[in-house]
Structures are given as C-alpha cells and as structure tokens.
Write a protein that binds this ligand. Sequence first.
Ligand SMILES: Nc1nc2c(c(=O)[nH]1)N[C@H]1C(S)=C(S)[C@@H](COP(=O)(O)OP(=O)(O)OC[C@H]3O[C@@H](n4cnc5c(=O)[nH]c(N)nc54)[C@H](O)[C@@H]3O)O[C@H]1N2
Ligand SMILES: Nc1nc2c(c(=O)[nH]1)N[C@H]1C(S)=C(S)[C@@H](COP(=O)(O)OP(=O)(O)OC[C@H]3O[C@@H](n4cnc5c(=O)[nH]c(N)nc54)[C@H](O)[C@@H]3O)O[C@H]1N2
Ligand code: SF4
Ligand SMILES: [Mo]
Length: 876
Amino acid sequence: MDGSALPEVRSTCPYCGVGCGVLLRADAAGGIAVRGDPDHPANFGRLCSKGAALGETVGLEGRLLAPVVNGVETGWDRALDLVAGKFSAAIAEHGPDSVAFYVSGQLLTEDYYVANKLMKGFIGSANIDTNSRLCMASSVAGHKRAFGSDTVPGTYEDLDEADLVVLVGSNLAWCHPVLYQRILAARAKRGTKLVVIDPRRTASCDGAELHLPIRPGGDVVLFNRLLAEIEARDATDADFLTHVSGAEAAFAAARMQDTGPTGLSEAMISAFADLWLSHDRVVTIYSQGVNQSSAGSDKVNAILNCHLATGRIGKPGCGPFSVTGQPNAMGGREVGGLANMLACHLDIENPDHRMAVAEFWSAPTMPTQPGLKAVDMFRAVADGQIKALWIIHTNPAVTMPDADAVRDAIAACPFTVVSDITAETDTARLADVLLPATAWGEKDGSVTNSDRTISRQRAVRPMPGQARPDWQALAEVGQRMGWHAAFDYAGPAEIFRDYAALSGIAAGFGRDFDISGLKDLGEADYAGLEPFRWPLSASRQGGRFFGDGRFFHPDGKARMLALEHRPPVARTGAKYPFRLNTGRIRDQWHTMTRTGLSPRLSAHLAEPFLDIHPADARAQGIAAASLIRLRSPEGSAILRARITDEVQKGEVFAPMHWTGETAPSARIDALIAGVTDPVSGQPESKAAVVALAPFAAAWYGFAVSSGPMQPQAEYWARARTGTGWRAELAGRDAVEDWEAEARRLFALPEAEVQSVVDRARGAARLAFHSGGHLLAALYVSREPVPVMREYLTTLPGDTAGDALTGRSAADRPDPGPMVCACLGVGLNTIVGAIETEGLMSVEAIGAALGAGTNCGSCRSEIAEVLARVRPREAAE
Ligand SMILES: Nc1nc2c(c(=O)[nH]1)N[C@H]1C(S)=C(S)[C@@H](COP(=O)(O)OP(=O)(O)OC[C@H]3O[C@@H](n4cnc5c(=O)[nH]c(N)nc54)[C@H](O)[C@@H]3O)O[C@H]1N2
Ligand SMILES: Nc1nc2c(c(=O)[nH]1)N[C@H]1C(S)=C(S)[C@@H](COP(=O)(O)OP(=O)(O)OC[C@H]3O[C@@H](n4cnc5c(=O)[nH]c(N)nc54)[C@H](O)[C@@H]3O)O[C@H]1N2
Ligand code: SF4
Ligand SMILES: [Mo]
C-alpha cells in the first residue's frame, strides 16, 4: 500500500503543555510521519526536537500488549474481574478511603473524567490524586487564593504582544521550546526584552537582557521587593485596585523586605525593577522553580500581587502566566483530577456544589472532605491504610520524592494495579495487575494546553494486541463494581458531552470553566472538533479573564496576600553542605519510556550527570568526567561530574530522567525529601541537601552493542543508539577476567573475540564479531574512558575492522555529541565547520549544516560553541 495515499490526521503532541498541533500520516509499516500543524494556534507549524521525533517513538518495542496478573499474561475479563473484586472487597471491609487512584496530567480529559467520577461519585472517596500535585498544585493554590478560581488569565498571543517577558523558575528554551521560539520571534519583530530568574544559567538565558541567579527559594523576597518598588515609585493602578482586597497588608509586608535571601546584588534587583516598571506590557511566566517549593503557593501569590497591584492582567501583552508541564495538566485541573477539587472547578467542601454533581451523576455517595494528596497518599500506602491502589499513566517509583520509600510502599501494598503502555518500568515491575493502555496515536480524546486551548488527540493507528484506552478500563471496572448505567459509555465523544453538560451546571454557580456550548456535540462534530479556547458557552467564547476587574471570590474581588520569606525546609550545613536542584534536559521526557526509544533524542545527553561549580569540584577533589557519590538524608546516587559555572557555588544540579531501567544509581528522587508546601501539598523537588565525594572507581567502561546489554556494575547508564545500545559502566572492585565479564554483559557466550588486555595499566579493549560484523565492543580503563563515543556507536553491525582502536578512521570523522537533534548535527561537525569554513554566526552555521534551523532549541548551544571556538583564520 502506498502510505502517502492515506490522509493526514490533525492531532496534538503528547508531550509538553504548549500543546502543539501535529499532522500525522500513518504508513503501512506501522510508522507515523509527523509534521507541525501550520493552522494550530499554539505552534503554527513549529515543533521542537521531541515533537519532531515522535515518529521514532511509536513502535511496539517494549510495549505492554496484554493484561498481566502476577507476572502471567491473561485476558481482560480475568484482569478486570480481579481489579473490581479486590477494590470492592477492600471497600466492603475497610471503607471507601482504603482505596486510591494515582493518575496523571498526561491522561486525556475523557480518561480523567471517568477516573474522577468513579472515585468521587461512586466509590465515595476523594482519594484520587495526580502527578500534577508534583507539578501544578502550587499554581492552582495561588490562583485560587488570588482569583477565587484556578484561572489562567492570559493567552499565548500575550507573548507576541509583550514588551517584557520574565521567566521565573522556567527553562522555557528546553521545556516549552515552541513558546520560547515564539518569544524570540516577537523579540526580533518588536524588541521584546527578556529576564530570567533562575539559580542556574540555562539555555533560556541565551537571549536574555538580564539573568538573576537567585538563591534557591528567594523568589517571594524578590517579588515582595518588586511590590515595594511598585508602591514607592507610585506605579500602582488605583482604579484596578478598587477590584482588589488585601493590598494594604501586602504592601506593608513587602516594605519590610530584606533582600538578603535572594543572594542578588542591589544593582541587579534595581535593574530588574527598572525593567519591570518601565514597561507596561509585562508577562511573567513561571514554572517548576516556583511551584516545586515548600513556599510554592506563596511564590505564586508574590508574582500575582505585582500584576494585580499594577492592573497588568487580562490585557493584551500582560499578565502572570503559569505554563503547564504535561499535555493535559490543565485539563486535569478542570476535570477534577486533584484530591481537593470536584469536576469543572467546583469545590468539594461546598455542599451545593457536591449536591449538584451528585445529582448530575446520579451518584450514590460523595466525599465531603478532600482526599489524600500524592505525598500523603503514598505515606498511607506505606502505613498499610491503602489496601488497593491503581496507578495510571505515571511512574511514581521514579518521580515521587523519597522514591525509594515510595517504591517500597508500592511493593508492599496488598493490591496494586498499573495501567501503562510500557511493560517494564520501575513502577510496572511492582504491580500485581498490569493493564495495557493504548498509546498516543492509537487513542482518541481531548487535552487542554497552557492557554486554555482544548484540542483533540486522534488515533491514526489500530490498537495493538489487547491494548485498550484508559477510560475504557476504568469504565469496565466501574460497571463490574455494580454501577452499570453510570459507566456505560460508548466512547470518548459521549464522555465529553457529559463533561460539557456538567460544566454548564458549574457555570450556574458562577464558575469560570464553562464549555456548555458543546454539550450536544454529535459524534461527527466531536470527530472534527477544531482547537478552541474556553470558555465556550452561549454567552462567551475564549478571550482573557480579569481585564474587567471581575474575580471569582464571593465579593467579586481579587486578593493580594501579605507574604513572608520561608527558606527551603532542608538546611545545608556541615553534614550536607550542597543544595541539590533538579530538572529537565532538552530531549528527554520524564522517565524516558518514549523519548528514550529515539536514538536521536538519546544522543544529546546520553548519561545522567551532576553539574558542579569548578571551585566546588576542586575543593572536593572531583575531576572532570569522573563519578560523584551523592548522599542526602533520604538516599544516595552516583552521577557523572560536569564541571561548569552555569551553577552557583554550593549548588549542584541533576536531571530527573534516569530510572532503574536506564541508570539505577541515578534515580534522583531517591534523594529528595517528601517535604511539601503547606497550602498546595506540592513537594519541594528542587531543594534537597546533599554531601558529595568522589566515587572511587577502580575501573571505568564504555560499551556499544547491537543487542540489549545486562549491566551489573555498581554504576551503569545505558542509552539507545542508531545501531543498538551504548552504556557507561564503572565499579570499585577489580575485574579479573574481562572477556568473561564482557560475554556476560553482552550475552554473547560464543561470539568471536579480538582483545587487547593490559593488566598492568588496568586497560582492556574487546570486540565481538560474527560473520565479519561487529556485535559489540567494550573499552575499559582506570580513568574515564578516552574513546570517540559517537563514532563507536555507529559501528555495531558494520565490518568495523578498527573497532579495537576506539578511534575513528580519517575518512569517517567522529560527529561528537549531538547538538541539533532534529537534523542530527554533532558538536565536532559544528566545531569543524567553524574552524575550516570560518563561520561566524548561528545563522551561518544553520545555512551550512542545517543545525538549529528546525525547532531552534539548540541555537543557544551553537552560540556557546561559537563563543568558545574561533574560526581558524581569526585565531591565527
Ligand atoms: N524537554 C522536556 N520538556 C518538558 C518536560 C520534560 O520532561 N522534558 N516536562 C514537562 C513538564 S511535566 C513540566 S512540569 C515542565 C517543567 O518546565 P520547567 O519548570 O521550565 O523545568 P525544570 O527544569 O523542572 O525547572 C525549571 C528551572 O527552575 C529552576 N529553579 C530551581 N530552584 C529555583 C528557585 O528556587 N527559584 C527559581 N526562580 N528557579 C529555580 C531550575 O534551575 C530550572 O532551570 O516541562 C515540560 N516540558
Ligand atoms: N526531582 C524531581 N522530581 C520530579 C520533578 C522534578 O522536576 N524534579 N518533576 C515532577 C513533575 S513536574 C512531573 S509532571 C512528574 C512526571 O513524572 P511521571 O508522570 O511519573 O513520569 P512519566 O515518565 O511521564 O510517566 C508516564 C508513564 O505513563 C506511561 N504511558 C505513556 N503513555 C501512556 C498511555 O497512553 N496510557 C497509560 N496508562 N500510560 C502511558 C509511560 O510509559 C510512563 O511509564 O515528575 C515529577 N518529579
Ligand atoms: S513544544 Fe515540543 S514537546 Fe511541547 S507540545 Fe510542542 S512539539 Fe510537543
Ligand atoms: Mo510536570
């Protein structure tokens, strides 16, 4: 069949909350060709490296394709009967609060709606929480305190129309790349200025006027100080303040502010205040550096205070803007995925709201109190209070704080169900029952992005094996628990209609979330639903909120809050002298179950790392590329040292992505304490305390192979390559027989081997061949292994006569670490072009090599390379 004959289908990228539209074309071989949708209002055709590589991540490798009960594959009926039976039995014996769902901001709205309905309306407990607790909860709490509702006031168009964009705790260039490019485009057009407030110098600082390397946790102080300047310089909006209560107390608290905890100089703070006050059109974008803090809600309100005081909200080009992380983080908030909310922004504690929802659902029972928030939920699992747990579309054994304790709690839970698409994840390994979900590209539903735009995700491929949509598994269990009519949904369109109708009832209570205009949407209309921004009702469509001064508190006013500085809960000291910050890298998505399948995406940063300042590395005796052992009060890790002044002295940074499957000693959440914000319950994922020491490796290894490896070393990290796999290894115990060790690692007991072993120098090189083709190679030395890694990853499957040298032949230069993942351009290629062709600008490099011309998120890295490497002629 000619694949190109199939029509393109409009859908939405399943990664970040930008919510880019994509056009998909399935091919006969099971692949999907992906391009940006030029008509989608979030991206107008642009995609970042992750979106562009979606086609590489939709194969069936590693997929869970049948239900599994106690390690044995089975059919759906048996699995669902068991799940329904165990949940019913726990409820009968121990009450509704003895069961829990832990779900995800990556669920589709329709999945989420059914999960929430089942738990809150029928089981009668509010013990459903979501990984958005680790992500958006502080923004939700801040919005509710200030606005009386969890409402994002602005739209993406505000980024095009702003004169100043402030990024607070947001590495937008890597985490919301298409929005970052949108800001850079506006900057080129109208000179938009950019300020970044982040303890690290990130890729987002590249185009910035000002980078404030704030001390972790100093944000409330900084924005209090800004508020004081607003008052002192008479920049308040007196008219708008008639719509705001609490202003006096907020100003009074701000006036008292000592800026010491920011770690910033007076000059820097004044420069920031000058910029903020000399531009009316200011958008303040904030993300996890704000939310993931024990003072997260206060940080949010400190930002909102400044926008309310100046009336810079709900108008073109200005406003506070909490960008959402996951593709449906916003949808989950709307649909009631959090343990402290009902559907459609209704409140669990409000008896009228509860009654209305109960009546709409014909629900037998409704909880009257909020349920357990994520951190408390897993504590209740550990304490034995939770007898049955269902985890859907998230990997908490890796991503929850105190991850070792969470892992042990799940393992000890009497009955755990995990719905996933991946057969082997750290969490799936702990399940009693595994349910195979349909993946992106195979399922239908809707998602809401950061600016309230609801878009459809659409299926372009058949459901593989026994995989089923998540909503269906939930509805089936609801039916088997005895609530037949309530969960008798024919498909996502029917669920969506239900949800839209309920939102109309919520609007009757004066709530913001109203999509009742779609309550009679037919199947065909749902199928063809175009992206739209809510609200969508008979009286209103889209637009901004709050420009008119009308808020959702009972008095119709917004609230400013009097705020005080609270530092991170864990204190550094003699025992744990370093502050550990954590976050994301450009080309991986969370626990890498999907992006980790793409060789291109895995090539940018193929190994977990710890960024440490040169002065600290020197003082701790840590050499470049050596390994570091980290200890916190909760756990320990081993990570590769990256010595860089992008982090401040006393602070270190590690990525969150590696798991028991990819680098077991780099599960960073094992080091994070389960400390939370008192209002939002969001954990402090970015401010652990740690001690560091060199990891005394007796040997280091690097391996490539065409087949999967089974590393057992004390340290290992593996990644996909175009030809198979690569791995970094290290251990403290000397290895006697490297050939035997390598044969075990590669599972190649018989293959032909060539080897060079130098016992005296602790070095070994082994290459395994079959029929003249390289199967695998291992390079060992006492120091971090000096071989050409990117070149070697191209060799498995090749004749590779020179594999033993570890170096490339002159006619096949080593491309070096991947810089541009979209076009596959490596560092050495870029350096070579700068040196030999005399390229002087990012544009010139783009023209010559293509690097940086697709999604643009590597342009800051290219600029850095340019700054370091001068063209050969200029250097001479
Ligand atoms: N490539 C990629 N993109 C993603 C994701 C991914 O996994 N990979 N995940 C998505 C999701 S779910 C989310 S939530 C978003 C997250 O997007 P971001 O929040 O932008 O990403 P992070 O790297 O978690 O953290 C942002 C920054 O907060 C800084 N920070 C730490 N402590 C403080 C502090 O006290 N104050 C301030 N001002 N800053 C601080 C960190 O140094 C870091 O650079 O990304 C989304 N996009
Ligand atoms: N230290 C530290 N920890 C953090 C953070 C941090 O910045 N620092 N960030 C936090 C944040 S903001 C977030 S959002 C979380 C994210 O953390 P998680 O949500 O735990 O991470 P993911 O890897 O996205 O997990 C998604 C799982 O769903 C599976 N899956 C994929 N598609 C489907 C599907 O269609 N259906 C089902 N049922 N399953 C599917 C994937 O295989 C994977 O196992 O991590 C949090 N943890
Ligand atoms: S910015 Fe990238 S990851 Fe986010 S939605 Fe767009 S293409 Fe997907
Ligand atoms: Mo997130």
